[in-house]
Design a binder for this molecule. Structure first.
Ligand SMILES: Nc1ncnc2c1ncn2[C@@H]1O[C@H](COP(=O)(O)OP(=O)(O)OP(=O)(O)O)[C@@H](O)[C@H]1O
Ligand SMILES: [Mg+2]
Length: 225
């Protein structure tokens, strides 16, 4: 999948959050790192059109996020930094079923996919739980399962491991590694990105470094700590 940022600018009330990002990403595993407030989440949100560029353009497989938002959303799944925003239905299973309804109209097959999706992340036992009763880490895993079950061609992750204990963090790492499709992962968990294909360092609203993980993470450690 090709992700293109073409002089993409995002302006907020007072300042520019992103100040002209140019990127052409084709790798299967792309990491994004940078200091707090650098613009990483904003950059991630541009990819599926949750945020639209104030100037410039963002394209996914040639589809402009502004002109072809619906088509972009079908291709790009997004796992939020704060999964509270993501789980809307009272019961986990219902929440996952809602997204999947159009894609899998057959009820039995839909249920099987949901079960398999939860199972893959080790949280099948949560299927009938009240969404609000989940712990932070459980919610993060369920939100991830809900996105993966839709089988998007590209999955964007914003801090997928922040609330997870070591075991669940490794589950998410393995889930990302095993994804059949592409992934763009924003993370402060630098180890998670070490075997990725490419890492982009965002600093102060710009791409400050862009390289193989070894070199990019070294640059980040040297310049941003
Ligand atoms: N809609 C908005 N209005 C005003 N300011 C915004 C808006 N969106 C983002 N910002 C600001 O832009 C900056 C970048 O935000 P962003 O969430 O992209 O950072 P980040 O790199 O993901 O940081 P973190 O590592 O803390 O998650 C922050 O200073 C944030 O407050
Ligand atoms: Mg962020």
């Amino acid at each position: 999948m090709l992700i293109e940022f073409d002089q993409a600018v995002v302006s907020a009330a007072q300042a520019q959050v992103l100040r002209g990002v140019n990127l052409r990403l084709t790798e299967r595993r792309i990491g994004v790192v940078g200091p707090n407030g650098a613009g990483k989440s904003t950059l991630a949100r541009l990819v599926n059109g949750l945020v639209l560029p104030t100037a410039g353009a963002v394209r996914v497989d040639g589809l402009d996020t502004r002109a072809d938002l619906k088509a972009v959303r079908q291709r790009v799944g997004f796992v939020f930094q704060n999964p509270e925003n993501q789980i809307v239905f009272p019961i986990v299973r219902e929440d996952m079923a809602f997204g999947l309804k159009r894609l899998e109209p057959d009820r039995a097959r839909r249920e099987a996919r949901i079960q398999a999706g939860l199972d893959a992340l080790g949280v099948a036992h949560l299927a009938d739980r009240a969404s609000h009763s989940l712990s932070g880490g459980e919610r993060q895993l369920v939100a991830l399962a809900a996105v993966l079950v839709m089988e998007p061609a590209l999955v964007v992750f914003d801090e997928p491991t922040t609330q997870l204990d070591l075991r669940n963090r490794n589950r998410v790492r393995d889930a990302i590694a095993g994804l059949p499709h592409d992934a763009l992962v924003v993370s402060h968990d630098l180890e998670l990105l070490e075997d990725f294909d490419r890492v982009v360092v965002v600093r102060d609203g710009l791409v400050a470094a862009d390289d193989r993980p070894g070199a990019a993470l070294r640059w980040y450690r040297e310049h941003c700590s």
